[in-house]
Design a protein around this ligand. Structure first.
Ligand SMILES: Nc1ncnc2c1ncn2[C@@H]1O[C@H](COP(=O)(O)OP(=O)(O)O)[C@@H](O)[C@H]1O
Ligand SMILES: CC(=O)N[C@@H](CCC(=O)OP(=O)(O)O)C(=O)O
Length: 258
């Protein structure tokens, strides 16, 4: 079976021009089929705040009203997605930008309003891989932003970490899938301010202890839950760390195991 690399980059990499261009260079050089998923929550928060809009995050997830949905559509599907695609083209990596509506690739359901009303937030119901398979076999890299659709005309905000794990799971029958969460830290840290405190292995058995000890908080909460879910659903490899882990297996990063 061929290996498919599914790589997610977070807000702090996107926000920093030199980190982003270093990542783009690394991604462009990766051999074989690959998919990139980007977040951008940080930039959306900044723009919304600059416009005097209230930003409400609960457990690392954004409460998305109609005005917020407009902002994130412009930021995620527009500015960030196109900026990444154009930079990949400059490195001779052919790429195409996607939301879940494009090619009907990711269909989601609006999250129920109870117990917490997240507004226009979508939980993924279906991933359609056919269009993506065609691109992957042509050597084209799909680049996903954090938007899905309900097939009824509504875009929905979906956590980028979740999009990455659901894409990896959807391809797990046809490829050896490797899922990498790249962000600005070395991995999941025992002490968030100490880059040397990387937890090298997290398993489906010990992750709940880490949650209970509050070692995991904010954006790391949905990230780790997505990692655990992916490894349980037969994704072959799941890692969290700096982009260097993509080219250096000896780098310090976190691996999630069954
Ligand atoms: N134990 C931990 N190890 C590393 N980061 C953590 C931990 N707990 C919380 N975090 C926070 O989670 C953030 C990553 O989540 P998030 O802000 O959503 O980033 P991204 O945009 O990369 O997905 C880190 O920047 C860090 O502040
Ligand atoms: C529902 C939800 O929370 N969606 C996220 C989507 C963006 C994202 O995931 O960005 P990062 O990966 O950079 O955090 C949000 O709007 O913040």
């Amino acid at each position: 079976m061929k290996t498919l690399k599914i790589i997610k980059i977070g807000g702090n990499i996107i926000d920093d021009a030199s980190s982003l261009s270093a990542f783009i260079e690394l991604f462009a050089k990766l051999e074989g089929p690959k998919i990139l998923i980007h977040g951008g929550g940080k930039l959306a928060t900044k723009l919304a705040t600059d416009l005097g809009m209230e930003v409400n995050m609960i457990d690392g997830r954004r409460v998305t009203n109609a005005a917020t949905l407009d902002i994130i559509t412009m930021v995620y599907a527009g500015k960030i997605n196109k900026n990444i695609v154009v930079q990949l083209q400059a490195k001779h990596c052919n790429a195409i930008g996607f939301s879940g509506a494009d090619g009907n690739t990711i269909v989601s359901k609006k999250r129920p309003a109870t117990p917490i009303d997240y507004g226009f937030a979508g939980d993924i119901a279906q991933v359609n891989t056919a269009v993506l398979e065609v691109l992957l076999t042509q050597g084209v890299a799909p680049v996903f932003c954090a938007l899905t659709h309900d097939q009824n005309g509504q875009l929905l905000n979906t956590n980028a970490d979740t999009i990455a794990s659901e894409l990896a799971i959807a391809f797990a029958n046809t490829y050896e899938t490797e899922l990498y969460y790249c962000f600005e830290k070395n991995g999941v840290l025992r002490d968030v301010d100490d880059e040397t405190s990387v937890i090298k292995h997290i398993s489906t058995e010990n992750y709940q202890d880490l949650m209970q000890q509050r070692i995991i908080s904010e954006g790391m909460l949905p990230k780790l839950l997505n990692c655990i879910y992916a490894i349980q659903k037969n994704v072959n490899k799941v890692c969290i760390g700096k982009p260097e882990m993509l080219s250096n297996p000896n780098a310090n990063f976190t691996t999630i195991t069954k």
